[in-house]
Write a protein that binds this ligand. Structure first.
Ligand code: SIN
Length: 566
């Protein structure tokens, strides 16, 4: 039973397996957690929505940030992270990230990941927006995520970690005491485990990635539909900082009508000296920030959007012709191939670019062990709000966050915070399909409407009016319940998209200021007196959205929560 009493409408589980830990998601966070749990002797099952390497990690280009270079220190990495986070980072969480980060990267290398090195054999480091030093380790030039994913998938296979692919997680199972008891899921085409089933385990690690698909254009793959946040909300967990959606400044512009995943043009291209220019070739970041093109990405995204508005154009340009063919081929082979496949040759012409949804800085509220507000439920990676990103994630901190917090979660579970399944009466966790009241499912046709509503009303530019209109249109979709769809992957995903969109819009409307990647046109200034705090959202037992400001993004403490004025 979920404490909100609701679940996705789905058939009763037709099969079940037992484990000590179930990890949902197979990016850097999920696979790291699974490997560490397995190494600790815990029976671990990885459940992933598509194939093991189909999540967001594979698409990460720039790299992984850590104080690995000569003269660099965790303290400097901390300073840059806090500046990007615009006053809302949890400093202790950031300190943990930057101090444990370098060793976590070394352990990733020991697991089998190969990073690019210089002639002396040292790891090559590049720069990205907001970093005052070269501290981004990369692989295959601009294929860092692909290499990390390859190494982790290989390690998972070598260590024979049990995996279930093509499996959409549906809801959390709880025992009579309200503790985590596993998940329900839907599996396509896995033979013996086909259709809706359950993995029973006293510890569930959500590492399901982001929710970029709530917008029309995103760098996220099609699997990023906010399933983890939606599950956590239905399970009664708290969500924090969802209004802080990071829009990547430089995404290859493929036309105003282009929807879904768009090719990223890594910030590392600017780190190596590319310039943002207008159609006349004039650099417009000079004089706007001391770091010019390498300002934190919210500043660059805003500057590009302002230029586009002022000139009435749909994109600006990234000019890196001066790299020459050899550097393009060696350092950025993935981006070069993507541009050329769309008829643009960066060696001879500037690249048309525009911002697109890229990263959810908020998510499921956790403490420093990755614990959520539901006992036995953990979260790490993009789906989590660990407090390290604040109002805006610093470039290339996300792979590092996934690594460091996944390791901490595995340590916490191994230390016995969750009772092994064999010592618990888990049978009671599976009352044959009766674990909560089913919410009506949305017709999958609503997906494209939701994405347009979110892009128009809650995108790079937001205002009270645009958010109120978005909220009204989302509510109209929700009210259309008589069209309830039959259970199926697209209907479950679309229902999740609507829930996370409603929460995002509610939080963005409540935060009446501009901060980090949340840009309110009607409230253009940062307001520390009123808004140096976080917005925590949960679904109440009465099934309404409860949204309240708190001093801390992370959990605990939840002290001094004051309900917002209606
Ligand atoms: C990029 O390569 O620009 C993306 C890196 C990140 O989002 O951290």
């Amino acid at each position: 039973m979920t404490s909100t009493g609701i679940r996705l409408d789905a058939p009763a589980p037709g099969w079940a397996i037992d484990a000590d830990v179930v990890v949902v998601g197979s990016g850097v966070a999920g696979l790291t957690a699974a490997l560490r749990c397995t190494a600790a002797g815990l029976a671990t099952v990885v459940v992933t929505k598509a194939r093991l390497d189909d999540g967001s990690t594979r698409w990460a280009q720039g790299g992984i940030a850590a104080a690995l270079g000569e003269g660099d220190t965790p303290e400097q990495h901390l300073d840059d992270t806090l500046v990007a986070g615009a006053g809302l980072c949890d400093e202790d969480a950031v300190r943990l990230l930057v101090t444990e980060g370098p060793d976590a990267v070394r352990r990733l290398i020991a697991t089998g990941a190969h990073f690019d090195t210089d002639d002396s054999g040292a790891i090559s480091l590049t720069r990205e927006g907001g970093h005052h030093r070269r501290r981004i380790a990369h692989a295959g030039g601009d294929a860092t995520g692909a290499e990390i994913s390859r190494a982790l998938v290989e390690a998972v296979r070598t260590r024979a970690v049990r995996t279930i692919e093509n499996a959409l997680v549906l809801d959390l199972l709880k025992d009579e005491d309200g503790r985590t008891a596993g998940i329900t899921l839907h599996v396509m085409g896995e033979g013996q485990h086909d259709g809706v089933g359950a993995v029973r385990a006293p510890a569930v690690v959500l590492a399901t990635g982001g929710m970029g698909q709530v917008f029309s254009a995103t760098t996220n793959p099609s699997v990023s539909t906010g399933d983890g946040v939606a599950l956590a909300l239905r399970a009664g967990a708290e969500i924090s900082d969802l209004e802080f959606v990071q829009f990547h400044p430089t995404v290859l512009f493929l036309g105003a009508d282009s929807e879904g995943q768009q090719p990223l043009v890594s910030e590392a291209v600017r780190g190596e000296g590319a310039h943002l220019v207008d159609a006349a070739g004039t650099r417009f970041m000079l004089g706007q920030h001391e770091l010019a093109e390498l300002a934190p990405r919210d500043i660059v995204a805003k500057a590009i959007t302002r230029q586009m508005q002022a000139r009435g154009t749909e994109h600006m340009y990234l000019d890196a012709r001066h790299f020459g063919a050899a550097m393009w081929e060696q350092r950025f082979p993935t981006i070069l191939a993507a541009c050329r496949s769309h008829g643009i040759d960066p060696v001879t012409e500037p690249i048309p670019v525009a911002p697109a949804a890229h990263y959810a800085s908020g998510g499921i509220r956790t403490d420093r062990h990755g614990r959520t507000t539901v006992p036995g439920l953990y979260a790490c990676g993009e789906v989590a709000c660990t407090g390290v990103h604040g109002a805006n994630r610093l470039a290339s901190n996300s792979l590092l966050e996934g690594l460091v917090f996944a390791e901490n979660i595995a340590a916490d579970i191994a230390a016995g915070a969750s009772t092994p399944v064999r010592d618990k009466a888990v049978g009671s966790a599976l009352p044959a399909g009766a674990h909560g009241e089913p919410v009506p499912l949305l017709d999958p046709a609503a997906r494209i409407q939701i994405q347009r509503i979110m892009t128009e009303g809650a995108g790079v530019l937001r205002s009270a009016d645009s958010l109120a209109e978005a909220a009204g249109r989302l509510e109209a979709i929700r009210a259309d319940e008589h069209k309830a769809a039959v259970p199926g992957v697209e209907a479950w995903e679309t229902t999740n998209l609507l829930l996370v969109s409603r929460v995002l819009v509610a939080a963005a409307a409540a935060r009446e200021e501009t901060r980090g990647c949340h840009w309110r046109e009607d409230r253009p200034d940062r307001d520390d007196a009123s808004w140096q705090r976080h917005l925590v959202v949960r679904i109440t037992p009465e099934r309404s959205l409860d949204i309240r400001p708190t001093a801390s993004a992370t959990f605990p403490p939840t002290v001094a929560a004051t309900p917002l004025e209606p």
